[in-house]
Design a binder for this molecule. Structure first.
Ligand SMILES: [Zn+2]
Length: 114
């Protein structure tokens, strides 16, 4: 449900940028979503379809690009990529002490216009 807010933000940003360059229509939008965020592609698409009605972004295709998070083991220093569910321990030494970063982004990478 929290996709509503981010989708609103995403749409207004794209509309604003498209207006600046005098676009007539927005055809596709590339969106980066971190694997560790709880945003669901289908929900973003669902809200987008509703919110974009009557705008030049109506009918635009949303392309989702998932980015993994990075984990580092605090015991052995092993680095690896993580998604959900998060691993219980380090795949190298089994330590439960992991530091996770990234993987929570949500932003527009680019978009196509006509
Ligand atoms: Zn380790």
């Amino acid at each position: 449900m929290h996709e509503l807010g981010v989708t609103q933000g995403l749409l207004s940003l794209v509309l604003e940028e498209a207006e600046k360059i005098g676009a007539k229509r927005i055809l596709a939008i590339d969106i980066v979503i971190g694997e560790l965020s709880s945003y669901v592609d289908d929900s973003v698409q669902f809200y987008f379809d509703i919110l974009s009605r009557g705008t030049i972004a109506e009918g635009a295709r949303l392309r989702f690009h998932r980015r993994k998070g990075q984990a580092i083991c605090l015991d052995c220093g092993f680095r690896f990529e993580v998604g959900l569910p998060l691993p219980d321990g380090c795949p190298s030494c089994g330590s439960p002490y992991l530091q996770v970063s990234g993987g929570r982004e949500f932003y527009v990478e680019s978009f196509e216009v006509e």
